[in-house]
Write a protein that binds this ligand. Structure first.
Ligand code: ATP
Length: 303
């Protein structure tokens, strides 16, 4: 059984279609990125799947049941910026949410606080939380009921790179427990390290559905740029040259290098096998963002 299904989902506001005839199916345990620029229809789609608004046409199903319906008890959501009582502590906000919902054991509140690493800040008033802490508290709240499906709307919005990485780690850990996640973003680089598959939406229509590699392949992204750091920069440069690439030095210990997309996944492993001690490796994003922009200009076709 699929965990999330959109079947010809459509939402019209007057004469404009915010979402038009969108269909996809997400299997249990998948993490899917829902990508699109501002105003593309991501929030509207997620709201329909979460049962917050009714579609003008088509239907959403979660865990086999039509939404809105009882299946939503097993869904955790964070749609738009999470709101909390600012004069209450993080822990009290969660207690309050748990009370309203019912059936959440007290230990679960401590578990989710620990999970998003807010246990130390749990007694602070939310007024004093940074935006990243609020986003994490929102994630904690969405996890209170041990959901099987998570619908998250731009959970990294407005966060600095450290905050983005923290949310990403949290979501990876949630996914490792078998939870199905649909997470939206308007920036490919923010979700590409997290998701298995991408759904891209533009002007209310689905323009791509498939694995990231297929997106790159379709858009003919022939190379991927890596930023690497090693304990010894000279050894790193030499190993990259031995592999047939043309790296540029980046400080004493680092290098930038473009490698063909087909080789990209195994690059670090090959360097390690060649005896290089890699301390950091990051795919930089120019190629990805370029590919994505080309997709939106109409060079991609829905698969
Ligand atoms: P963002 O990244 O800015 O949140 P989005 O992809 O989530 O964008 P939506 O919020 O789903 O986009 O909006 C899609 C379109 O529907 C936009 O043109 C928006 O103006 C319109 N829209 C959304 N909600 C309403 C509403 N309640 N009434 C009228 N138009 C709406």
């Amino acid at each position: 059984m699929d965990a999330i299904v959109a079947r010809n989902l459509t939402k019209r506001y007057g004469r404009t279609a915010a979402v038009e005839d969108v269909s996809f199916a997400i299997g249990r345990g998948e993490i899917v990125g829902f990508l699109g620029p501002n105003g593309a229809g991501k929030t509207t789609t997620l709201r329909m799947l979460a049962g917050l608004i009714r579609p003008s046409g088509g239907e959403g199903r979660v865990l086999g049941e039509r939404v809105p319906g009882p299946g939503l008890r097993r869904v955790g959501t964070m749609i738009e910026e999470p709101s909390f009582y600012p004069y209450m502590t993080g822990r009290d906000n969660l207690r309050h949410a748990a009370l309203l919902h019912g059936g959440v054991p007290a230990r679960r509140i401590e578990e989710v606080l620990g999970f998003v690493k807010l246990d130390q800040a749990a007694e602070k008033r939310v007024r004093a939380y940074s935006q990243g802490m609020r986003q994490r508290l929102g994630l904690a709240r969405s996890l209170l009921w041990e959901p099987e499906v998570l619908l998250l709307d731009e959970p990294t919005n407005g966060l600095d790179p450290v905050g983005i990485a923290e949310i990403r780690e949290n979501l990876r850990a949630v996914a490792a427990t078998g939870v199905t996640i649909l997470v939206s973003s308007h920036i490919l680089a923010e979700i590409e390290k997290l998701v298995d598959r991408i759904l891209a939406i533009e002007a209310g229509k689905l323009v791509f559905d498939g694995p990231l590699d297929a997106l790159l392949h379709r858009l003919d992204v022939t190379s991927v740029r890596y930023r690497l750091r090693a304990t010894d920069g000279a050894v790193l440069l030499e190993a990259l040259r031995d592999l047939g690439y043309a790296p540029e030095a980046d400080g004493e210990r680092g290098a930038h290098v473009d490698v063909p997309s087909a080789d990209a996944d195994g690059l670090v492993a090959r360097l390690v096998r060649a005896g290089v001690e890699i301390s950091d490796a990051e795919r930089t994003t120019e190629d990805l963002e370029g590919a994505y922009l080309r997709l939106l200009k109409g060079d991609g076709r829905p698969s």
